[in-house]
Design a protein. Sequence first.
Lengths: 531, 405, 326
Amino acid sequence: MPRPGFVLDVDRSTPPILFHHGEGFRFEKLPPGRSRVIYPAEPIDPIKNPDGAIRDALENPIGDSEPLRALLKPGMKLTIAFDDISLPLPPMKSPDIRQRVIEAVLELAAAAGVDDVMLIAALALHRRMTENELRHAVGDRVYDAFAPHGLLVNHDAEDPDNLLYIGSTDQGEEVEINKRAAESDLLIYVNINLVSMDGGWKSTATGLSSYRSLRHHHNPKTMRHSKSFMDQHRSELHSSNWRMGKVLRDSGVKVFQIETTMNNNVFGTEGPMSVLQKREWEWTLKDRITAMGMKAALDRMPARSKRSIFQNWQAPHAMTSVQAGEVEAVHKITTENVYKQHLVSVEGQTDILTMGLPYISPYNVNSIMNPILVACLGLGYFFNLYRGKPPVREGGVVIMSHPTPWEFHPVHHPSYIDFFDQVLTVTHDPVRMEAEFEKSFAEDEWYRHLYRTSYAYHGVHPFYMWYWCSHALQHVGQVIIVGGDVRAVHRLGFKAASTLQDALEMASDVVGRDATITHLHNPPVLMADVS
Amino acid sequence: MKALRFERNIPRFAAAAIAGRLSSGSGAKVGPLKLRSIDAPTLPGPGWTEILPRLTGICGSDLATIDGHSSRYFEPIVSFPFVPGHEIVADLLAPIDNVPAGRVVVEPVLGCVTRGINPVCAACQRGDLGNCERITFGNIEPGLQSGFCCDTGGGWSTSMIAHSSQLHSVPEHWSDEAAVMVEPTACAVHGALSANVAEGEVVVVLGAGALGLLTIAALRRFAPPCTIVAVAKHPHQTQLATKFGADHVIDPGHIARPIRRITGSLAIGDGEIIRLTGGADHVIDCVGNADSISEALTVVRPKGRITLVGMPGHVHVDLTGLWQREIQLAGAYAYGTETLPDGSRRRTFDLAFELVEADDLGQLVSATYPLDRYEDAISHAATAGGRGAVRIAFDLRNEKERNRA
Amino acid sequence: MSPMPITRKQAIDLTKRLPINKSVKGFSRAGSRATRMVRAILTTPPVPNGVEKVSKEKNIGANYDTDWARSYPARFARVVVLNALMKPIVDLIATPTIVGTDRLADIDGPVIFAANHHSHADTPLMMTAIPEPWRNRLFIGAAADYWFANRITSPLSALLIGAIPVERQKVSRKAIDQSLELLKEGWSMLIFPEGARSSDGWARPFTSGTAFLSSHTGAPVVPVYLRGTNKVLPKGRNFPRPNPTFVVFGAPMYALEGEDSKTFAARIQDAVAALADETSSDWWQAQLRAATKATPAIEGPALGAWRRSWSQGTNRRDARRKWPNV
């Protein structure tokens, strides 16, 4: 019976807590009596017969929708869009959920005699997926059947011939999405809801759209009014996407949404990595030896080898629910299921929030985590994994642990390098960045060329990474990174400390000597429900 | 008088070349540069006078000579043994021709007039003294400038001689440091103006030593409004570059990326840039080695211009890009007379005086040394960037030999 | 009457010493004690006259007891031979492409692998292609009259390929019972439902034993399509020739409520046919054809022998992708 998440109050007998530190980890002793650690829930049992559950969901839709079988007619134009490489994290063991769902959908499509089918990776302004990544997501059978004929493609948000302007919302937000998807008789979206930010109308309105649409909600103002963007009812990001969804629905775009949730079994319950998922006082002797051994080995390895080892990890997380049908009705149930796994009740806020950042974010799968992504993971994603109030008080301090290397992947993140060298040297204020620099990066010819033909994130993407931190930067008084490259940390505008103790010492200037501390024991994913 | 003299000693030359390769500035210790007590030079004819140097700068070309890097090109146009030092502010004890007594700055180029050649060559007629065709002829030994000629002496001594046409009076209120910066400023002004920058163009200045910084200042003041991109490594260089008017300051080593963004061009290379397809309109190379010229070729646009102000020597560069993209590579040496964008003609030194006053360029003299500590002085000059310095000079005002009659 | 030249005793001695007579009674005199003992053990004395010969029950063929081959030492030996010897050889000669193993991800417990049968190369190929955890707990129903023909081949078949004898000519209760028992104990089964190797590359009709075993044990049937093995070791040849092969695993199949074995067997055959279609074109085309019942039958067209071989045809997926993946 999987145990729920809980909050541990640190006392003198608490063992050192495991902090993730990029491709490696550290053991930190939190000051007793004024620290607490939020532990995630144990992984919920996955569905025993996922293929059966999927077929069931397609037959029994949620909300105002017919079963999929009835929606498929011979001679129709069908488009299947699916989430890209940024989900799930880490990549899951074969067969991927998307493969199962897409094969089930295609079986029904074949039975109904539909032959005009196209599959699109809904990546918005993320990088294109490589052949291997697509094969992993949809499986060899589907890949070999569709890709050679050009029927399995990456969405191209800079292709003027393949974008259709649908209309604008009542607040002037332009809605422009992939033309093939808009003009299909039916658009099926295959979603993985890893965190409560994903899914709903965001899948289509963001995943298949272009810069012209995205700039209306991917901006500092929207992010500052999303408290947090993981909580769709208090998120301006989601309100905007829902408005855009309404425009899509009213214009006749028919979407059959299939959403799935996963448990947070990221490191497995057996095997050497499972020790990272266990609570420290429940480690057996074998676990302690494994952990010490891994740490010793990792500390001595060159960065490249470590990255290779971690990036090749395929997590055993598995599907816990699947629902299909009308977008909003489906998403309501999905969100409940996501919360079941992630929410941990927390009382009150503290002065300091600490977090150990792992090696992976949505934007560096099979890649390098550069300093901008470190900031985004910590101050964007981890900080915003709350409902109600942030676990740290306004004006408090955030301390993150990550090596923050001054290293960039030249193929995946070319615009990030320029952003780091030319924008962050001028300003750290997201509003000023948006006004002075965003346009030139978004419309740069070379970045556009690399986005369309190579495997690069769009020119404007580093700005979005920084905007993701807007709420945190406004809320928090100081940000300290422990164990990071000092120059890189300073370029980000944060303070650098070599150990957690030094960081707490530096923080005492802002929050005083007896500050209270919350540590997020994340990953596996948890969401703090703060009252 | 006391002087540092560069003597013709072949084994020492070789030793200097080797030492210079191992560490910059160490050629001073083992090379043919020696501190001597010698007689002052004799006046070769009318118009010549004795001057007593007060401050003399150490220039990049001097360092190259001492470390044995300078090319054999110079052999016929220098005469041994010579006293180096051509960035000079000195005392003129008695007036001569139109020059009153007092402090003077020396314009070191030895053209037709100084050599007593009449009629003067076409270049000297035009005022382009740096292009004089008679630098090995006339009353004095071959030598392109004072500081490379055995007959004139040079700035690294307590006494030398100069022709009246070489002397420029220093305003009363100026410091000696400001005056000693006039000659290098003139080089920079000439280099900046010879590039012929048009309005709105993008100019990249490679090198942020004294010459690079002065070039930025010269561009900002005398060239039409343009975007100046400085390439600087050390913090003090970055600050000064921005102060003198650079619009962007970028790190050396990866200059293609920021220049790509500034010029809005595309690039060749997937992620790692090999070279730009477009690029900057001008590159002014104030370094002058194989790496800087190659780098300039990757970031200048087709039909763009690379102006080589730093002295290169014998370099090995792949010029295919130069041919394929129709790039101009031009040298800029010394000074003479400039044509400003508005069409007027003025002497470079006059423009230099103006710029030194306007931007307070005397602040660039970071340290001075007496002649006795010449090894330290040269070592400091050779490693100036890393040590937070820009220009190092010899201070001769307190030398005993100077104040004797 | 003249007297005899030698005495009777001398004559007997002489006779004894004649070479031809030496061997008749020679055992007691030739060789050391050890050799004599060995010879005594090995000789079977003749049945005395007048005694009726008792015929012993034959211990080979369908009655061969293979339980010893499923003990730990034997299994260990088989695993070693499989991975250290068989796999490299199979990889070298048959260069197999194994696809579809992701369809097996959800199965818990033993599996009946039902594959089409072209040649003897099918067995080692399947044994090295079936993934863990079924690979190491696998038994094969093999033809009794071929694989368990004599005292040499019987133990070898049992040990090296984990075979149990199955009679071809008549339905033997024994084989079925043994299979049921092993399946219930958690052993997976490899079976070629056609019963015999096809002679021209097209499949023979699938028999219903497989379907019966699945419905009575609840173990799923995983259809497997093999292609190319008929060129590796064709029927009639004894020496293998290198040729690329395909092993395509299908989705697990369970007997439907109230379905009889014959119908289930037909379904399994259709599944293998669909896998064949998937291999020669692609999965989507195979699905579309399956929906309109246009899947090409693996039994082949009703044509004469050479035309059937001819229409086996080229397969564009045989061309190996030589370019390394990004």
